[in-house]
Design a protein around this ligand. Sequence first.
Ligand SMILES: [Zn+2]
Length: 194
Amino acid sequence: MRLSIRLSIPSVCANPARYWQTTDNALFFDLTYIDWDHSLAAALFWSAAWAALFIKDKRIAVVAFVAAFSHFVADWPMHNSDLALYPNSDIHMGYGLWGKLGVASWVLEGVFVLTLAVYAWIQSEKRGVSMLWPSVVLALLFLNLSPWLSPMKHVATLNEPAAHILHGILVTGGFLLPGAIMTWLINRSELKAK
Ligand SMILES: [Zn+2]
């Protein structure tokens, strides 16, 4: 871990035994160094970088910035004090609801997502766009990240380097694949409604 901090490489540590004490709830891994993707300064930088891609239309650029930065805002109440102010800063933030609430924090995240999904459903229905399949995928993802079904539960018990390699593959895939599937499903619904 020290080596990776010196090299500033994001690092995680398998922690199969202490599910709710880990710094990321459904990962079964401690997020020991996430300053380049999860610090406040990094979040502002990445959000600005994302917004810059849409700079031709200032309104869209602002929405893109807010959408990207909402990740940090949503992370803050949940994370267990591993969100640095800036890379390599000694100051770390995060209200720590994962640690404080345990299983209830998973339920809380579900209620939060459900509220947003219902809002999206109602708004889309007004335009004749069905959110049925995106909602089905969302529900499956939520169950998959439960304290009982998270694939990380098994991965964290593997020997090294298998644990870290599989962790990397699952986290990368876990962000890209659902995003791609949801985009495809929503675009399909939008096209059908036209
Ligand atoms: Zn995050």
